[in-house]
Design a protein around this ligand. Structure first.
Ligand SMILES: [Zn+2]
Length: 271
């Protein structure tokens, strides 16, 4: 079934990235009545603790806390997010299906290769999704081997799914706006979103990843670990909040200039 259109789609390399970088913003948008979604490129199978199934359950619980309308994970290998033609097609297919007006991508520089690669991959997928003559399903199936096509057909039959084309993936769509969540990198944001009212829920959405954030070491109480994580998350949110004169905020960067209608209504005090 094709999904109804989203207002905002956040794309990130790993389950729990969105919770750490732009979860408060997604929740705020949902509270304003917007339809939000999350696309995780990988499934977390390389994590030291827990497995991909644990992380799926946790991601679903986190999405519920953030009131996301939609969340899926692609099957790109964890720790090996590569900007390949096939991966760009997979992401472009999701963009056509979910038809977001705004896409949130990770910032294009960072320590973790999956993060900065996801940024470029996401941008190029947004571009491809708008190409009217690109038949994504055909391009994808010619990329995949005969063996994997047979395997996925068998899996679909086992799951009782019908083999029908997804018509939405034929309709071109390009998001109106792409913004970059910069929290993982030390760069000055071009704007921040006030998440003072969403901060506690955003923290709880991160804590939904129990396999990652509890039992840090056997025999240790979970509370010191949780307190330390909270202190770090809070310090970052306060830092970006202070830049704009609010308590907590999340940082973003846009490549375009801002457009102003009324200079007396520009937010954030200068002096
Ligand atoms: Zn990550």
């Amino acid at each position: 079934m094709s999904s109804p259109s989203l207002d905002v789609l956040a794309i990130a390399a790993h389950r729990d990235d969105v919770e750490q970088t732009c979860g408060g913003t997604l929740l705020k948008m949902a509270e304003l009545g917007r339809r939000t979604g999350i696309l995780d490129l990988t499934r977390g199978e390389m994590g030291t603790r827990g497995n991909a199934e644990d992380r799926q359950r946790e991601a679903e619980a986190a999405a519920k806390i953030l009131r996301a309308s939609w969340r899926e994970a692609l099957d790109i290998p964890d720790g090996r997010v590569e900007n390949t033609w096939e991966n760009r097609l997979k992401v472009a297919r999701v963009i056509r299906r979910t038809r977001p007006r705004v896409v949130i991508l990770p910032y294009w520089k960072g320590r973790h290769p999956d993060h900065y690669t996801a940024s470029k991959l996401g941008y190029e997928a947004c571009f491809l999704a708008g190409l009217a003559k690109l038949d994504i399903d055909r391009a994808l199936s010619s990329q995949q081997s005969a063996f994997s096509q047979v395997a996925s057909a068998v899996a679909s039959v086992v799951a009782g799914e019908q083999q029908k084309p997804d018509s939405a993936s034929f309709m071109p769509h390009r998001p109106f706006k792409i913004i970059y969540a910069t929290l993982y990198y030390d760069v000055r944001p071009t704007f921040v979103v006030d998440i003072t009212d969403q901060f506690e829920a955003r923290f709880e959405s991160l804590m939904a990843y129990k396999s990652q954030f509890s039992d840090q070491e056997a025999g240790k109480d979970i509370f010191p670990a949780r307190a330390e994580i909270r202190a770090r998350i809070e310090a970052m949110a306060r830092f970006y909040g202070m830049m704009a004169g609010v308590t907590y905020a999340e940082p973003f960067l846009q490549k375009e200039v801002g457009l102003v209608e009324d200079v007396t209504a520009i937010a954030v005090k200068s002096i």
